[in-house]
Design a protein around this ligand. Structure first.
Ligand code: AMO
Length: 437
């Protein structure tokens, strides 16, 4: 008979191991075995850290485990200030829980994984076991946690929107089509319509979820599926309320990372930036400033080019000592139909992007909340109102002034950690060439 008593199997933290007196038993994967002759180092990849076990070959015989085995090891915790964790385990008994079949074809246990991108992605399930690669995703978890915890503290409600939808929310051709029984459907480009619909329901909402963009080009900053951190809030006075909320969220998140993700930040040698005193510059002023300061004539005023974003990041660092810069008042033609135009100059919008180290990580702004105004803008853009009847219910039956933003989680991770390709910041990237793993 199997007795199930409902106990949850507890995971033990490194601190608990360190502070335990006497013998401990730890579970983990053999990360590395280093035979030194009379003794052996067994590096064990545990839930949180790689823990060093010293195994006395003379007293215990050579260890029975191999690299890649899942084992339990018993031993005594001994303080050792030379070790990174301040202690090591003097092992006395090994139990193999699951033996490895084959040696990994990629170097999981090396300090750095030096693989060509194609091989890196081909062996992704293995590469992710490397502590430095894993640290990227622990930090990413911290970014999502910070976003969530901060917004909950500000009375936002978390919601989930459908990913199979009938319309594109962001315009453009970068939308995946899908056969949906007898109808045509799409993969959601963003939760835009749904987060706006939630404003009259909950007042303030957020979602952390996948979004899909059918980008055909192969760049270091675009994915076909990425995670969007979205929020939307009602009763805003201006779109600066959104920028202030994002700034406060970033500050909260960075302090959470400093506290709870210290070892990962150290492993990756990352210094988090300060989100204090972020400058804001208007779109047209930014264009002219870059042209003048960096001798780069404006080619088009339609949007910021990647090179202009990079130079603007340089300017923010040089002039304001920060890697962040808000760019506001984008041209109306560069923003989707739901964006509120500036009543003082309808050619520009009450919208912004946030750049970090010279790359856009966020888009946000105030939305049109007035029904007539929204219909007028859509008509001007040649859109068929009938297709958007459901979306327009929000406006028709009343919604307060509202706005929000979408942060690309992978872009934020990439820019914070100084990585040169967005593929390193998503577990299993989807780009034009990769669907497996
Ligand atoms: P936008 O389309 O600008 O705005 O997207 C918001 C943020 O998402 C990230 N991003 C991407 N990341 C990886 N791969 C891509 N292909 C990709 N495309 C965009 C960027 C960008 O700043 N609904 C609006 C947001 C809002 O106004 O609330 C939207 O989706 O970091």
């Amino acid at each position: 008979m199997i007795k199930i008593n409902g106990d949850i199997k507890k995971a033990v933290s490194v601190e608990e191991v360190k502070n335990s007196k006497g013998t401990v038993e730890i579970e983990g994967t053999v990360h590395r075995l280093r035979d030194m002759g009379s003794f052996c180092f067994i590096l064990l990849r545990t839930l949180n850290q790689v823990i060093q076990v010293v195994w006395d070959n003379e007293a215990n015989g050579t260890p029975s485990c191999a690299e890649g085995d899942s084992i339990k090891i018993e031993g005594k915790v001994v303080e050792d200030l030379r070790s990174k964790l301040g202690f090591e385990i003097h092992g006395s008994k090994i139990t193999i829980v699951s033996a490895v079949e084959n040696i990994s074809p990629v170097p999981i246990n090396k300090g750095k994984v030096n693989l060509h991108m194609d091989n890196h992605l081909k062996y992704r399930p293995l590469v992710l076991r490397n502590p430095k690669i894993r640290a990227i995703f622990k930090i990413q978890e911290g970014l999502c946690r910070g976003f969530r915890e901060f917004l909950v503290s500000q009375q936002f409600t978390e919601f989930r929107s459908p990913k199979i939808v009938a319309q594109g929310a962001e315009g453009g051709a970068n939308i995946f089509k899908l056969e949906y029984f007898e109808k045509m459907a799409f993969l959601a480009q963003s939760p835009q319509f749904y987060k706006q619909a939630m404003v009259p329901v909950f007042g303030r909402v957020f979602e952390v979820g996948p979004v899909f963009r059918a980008e055909k080009h192969d760049t270091s900053r675009h994915l076909n599926e990425y995670t969007s951190l979205d929020f939307e809030m009602g009763f805003i006075d201006t779109f600066y309320d959104i920028m202030n909320m994002e700034t406060a969220m970033l500050k909260y998140t960075f302090s959470l990372l400093e506290k709870e993700y210290k070892s990962e930040l150290e492993l990756l040698n990352v210094q988090l930036p300060s989100a204090d005193n972020i400058p804001a510059i208007k779109f047209y002023e930014a264009k002219d400033l870059i042209a003048e300061k960096y001798n780069r004539p404006v080619r088009t005023y339609t949007d910021l080019e990647p090179d202009e974003e990079r130079l603007l990041g340089k300017w923010a660092k040089e002039e304001h000592g920060t890697p962040f810069v808000f760019v506001t008042h984008y041209p109306s033609s560069a923003r989707p139909f739901y964006t509120m135009d500036d009543p003082e100059n309808p050619d520009v919008t009450l919208s912004f992007d946030l750049l970090l180290n010279g790359m856009e990580i966020t888009t946000g702004g105030q939305r049109i909340n007035n029904y007539t105004m929204q219909i007028e803008k859509m008509t001007k853009l040649g859109m068929d109102i009938a297709d958007f009847k459901s979306y327009l219910m929000t406006h028709k039956y009343g919604t307060p002034p509202h706005g929000g933003l979408g942060i690309g989680l992978e872009r934020l991770t990439m820019q914070l950690l100084g990585l040169d390709n967005i593929r390193y910041t998503t577990l299993f990237p989807r780009d034009i060439n990769h669907l497996i793993p």
